[in-house]
Design a protein around this ligand. Structure first.
Ligand code: CP3
Length: 350
């Protein structure tokens, strides 16, 4: 297998020379695109869309048809693993994810097992379909949630403001939370390695809730498990190096520790100056980020100005930077605003 025709994303992660700063957007396929809403309607609902490799492939490519993005990301969700473990995932319209059987008692926790890969085969089929449809245009990113972030949803049973149940477990019964995290980490290793074997050319771990932990708890309950995963991921596949990006939202206090975890790139939220991050860890890893997604609500002139601030903050010698938002793109983003961002990052706006 050879590299894609546009391999600037992979080059930036490995700090090889780039033709231009690559850009992709977290949640680039989503509800802000009318064509996504149309395909989701055809699928019936979000989970049916995830479970249909043809339709998941279709929505993965939609943002690439509109914008000159430098990477595609598998269309799926981080909650496919707990769903395959039997927790009973559903998405109620406008409500976010819900599990029918959250992990609240010791018996359920002790019964948890690594899911049968057959139950996730639809994800691997999507990866194969997307690689085929991309036909070597840009690299395909696979992903998974971090064990701690997945445990938040598994224990709370859905989204949460205060993480009351998972934090009670963390302090009162750390042994139970460690058990959930171990089984989940093992599941993530098998899941990401299978994505790589089926065609993912890079992987990203989303640690959306690691930033809600105390300093000591982050090291013990989130980073340690992500580090264990990174050690066990395929480093190369079919002769190509496979980079891994680690993104802890709210993790800027632990940048040095994250950069030493064995990842190739670190995803940054918008709360840190990317130049400061580069001075702290730029010798160890590439950086991905970090425009505030809310900038995209402002008129194009403002978007151009704010994107240039991020590029200038990263500074000269433009490899080692993958431009992205500091978190997922909002469903309320006007789609035409994204052009101003992509063109600015590619140096096409004067
Ligand atoms: O980036 C991409 O385009 C790939 C697709 C992707 C989705 N979810 C699709 C999705 C990725 C990478 C994710 C990751 C994900 N899912 C995370 C980590 C990243 C983050 O945003 O913090 C988390 C925490 C989840 C769990 C999840 N999935 C929640 C909390 C929600 C509801 C929130 C919302 O935006 O509605 C989802 C649903 C979801 N996942 C949607 C999409 C496009 C919207 C569902 C819809 O179409 O109705």
């Amino acid at each position: 297998m050879s590299r894609p025709r546009n391999d600037n994303f992979l080059r930036a992660l490995f700090k090889e020379p780039v033709e231009r700063t690559p850009i992709w957007l977290m949640r680039q396929a989503g509800r802000y695109l009318p064509e996504y809403c149309e395909t989701r309607q055809r699928a019936g609902d979000f989970l049916s869309l995830c479970r249909s490799p043809d339709l998941a492939c279709e929505v993965t490519l939609q943002p690439l048809e509109r914008y000159d993005l430098d990477a595609a990301i598998l269309f799926s969700d981080i909650l496919t693993i707990p769903d395959a473990m039997g927790l009973g995932l559903c998405f109620e319209a406008g409500e976010g994810p819900r599990f029918a059987r959250p992990l609240r008692d010791e018996a359920a926790i002790r019964a948890l097992t690594v899911p049968d890969p057959d139950r996730l085969e639809y994800v691997f089929a999507s990866v194969r379909a997307i690689r085929k449809a991309l036909a070597g245009r840009v690299p395909l990113i696979g992903f998974a949630g971090s064990p701690y972030t997945l445990a938040c949803y598994m224990v709370e049973g859905g989204g949460s403001r205060d993480f009351r149940h998972v934090k009670t477990m963390l302090y009162a019964r750390p042994d139970l939370l460690h058990h959930i995290l171990s089984i989940t980490a093992e599941s993530v290793v098998a899941y990401l390695n299978a994505q790589i074997e089926n065609g993912a050319q890079a992987v990203m771990i989303f640690d959306t809730w690691g930033g809600s932990l105390s300093n000591a708890a982050y090291a013990e309950f989130s980073l340690a498990y992500m580090q264990g995963i990174l050690e066990r991921l395929h480093k190369t596949w079919e002769g190509e190096k496979i980079p891994a990006i680690l993104f802890t939202k709210g993790g800027n206090a632990w940048l040095e520790e994250i950069a030493q975890s064995g990842c190739t790139g670190v995803g940054l939220d918008w709360c840190i100056d990317i130049g400061e991050a580069r001075r702290r860890v730029g010798h160890l890893v590439a950086l991905q980020g970090n425009l505030d997604p809310n900038v995209l609500f402002a008129p194009p002139g403002v978007i151009v100005r704010e994107a240039r601030k991020v590029l200038a903050a990263f500074g000269p010698g433009d490899t080692g930077h993958v431009f992205n938002l500091g978190h997922g793109i909002s469903q309320f983003t006007p789609p035409e605003h994204v052009h101003a961002l992509v063109e600015t990052v590619h140096g096409l706006r004067h």
